[in-house]
Design a binder for this molecule. Sequence first.
Ligand SMILES: O=C(O)c1ccccc1N[C@@H]1O[C@H](COP(=O)(O)O)[C@@H](O)[C@H]1O
Length: 213
Amino acid sequence: MPAPAIKICGVTTPAILDAVIAARADHVGFVFFAKSPRHVPLRDAPALAARTEGHVSRVGLFVDADDAMIAEAVAAARLDVLQLHGEESPERAAQLRARHGLPVWKAVPVASAADVARAAAWVGAVDLILFDAKTPKGTLPGGMGLAFDWSLLAGWKARAPWGLAGGLNPANVAEAVRLTGAPLVDTSSGVESAPGVKDAGLVAAFCAAARAA
Ligand SMILES: O=C(O)c1ccccc1N[C@@H]1O[C@H](COP(=O)(O)O)[C@@H](O)[C@H]1O
């Protein structure tokens, strides 16, 4: 089984961006969602984007964002991918893909086998389906460090590119890849010392563990 692609999400500082690049992650995620402790203000995005050039692809994470917000972030961070993490519809995803000419990833919240089955609605509308843990009502729709029961993915027959998120960290990512065969793994809280505070050592450990899986 080839090593999974790796995305480190919620990067907000040049120092951690350098750690992500040094650890040879494939994707870095910038969160454009004001309620998140990992929110990147638009004014900070150009400098972060410039640092990534030629090293890592830039994924912009949005939660039910409007057109203006997404267009500004695409320009400021020179995004390569749009990740939708809210209640966007397949039609909205397809519209954004056409408008920006960028791949669109959609997070699908999972707590049951039915949630995995519902991911079929996204096949064809997006470029990658990201299975993530369903979070409690009233909390952030992701970035909570919560894992779901990975065995639920046994019902997913991989009819589309997909990835695994939710509570992944250096200690469990190898097991997650072994059990699910995920072609892409995505983490945020699992490489932090506190919400929104990334740890360069944990970033390196996560990438090494994912690659060794
Ligand atoms: O990171 C956030 O703050 C965030 C906010 C709103 C939606 C999604 C968010 N993060 C994404 O959630 C998954 C799982 O994160 P974790 O590893 O469990 O912390 C991942 O894709 C994050 O990028």
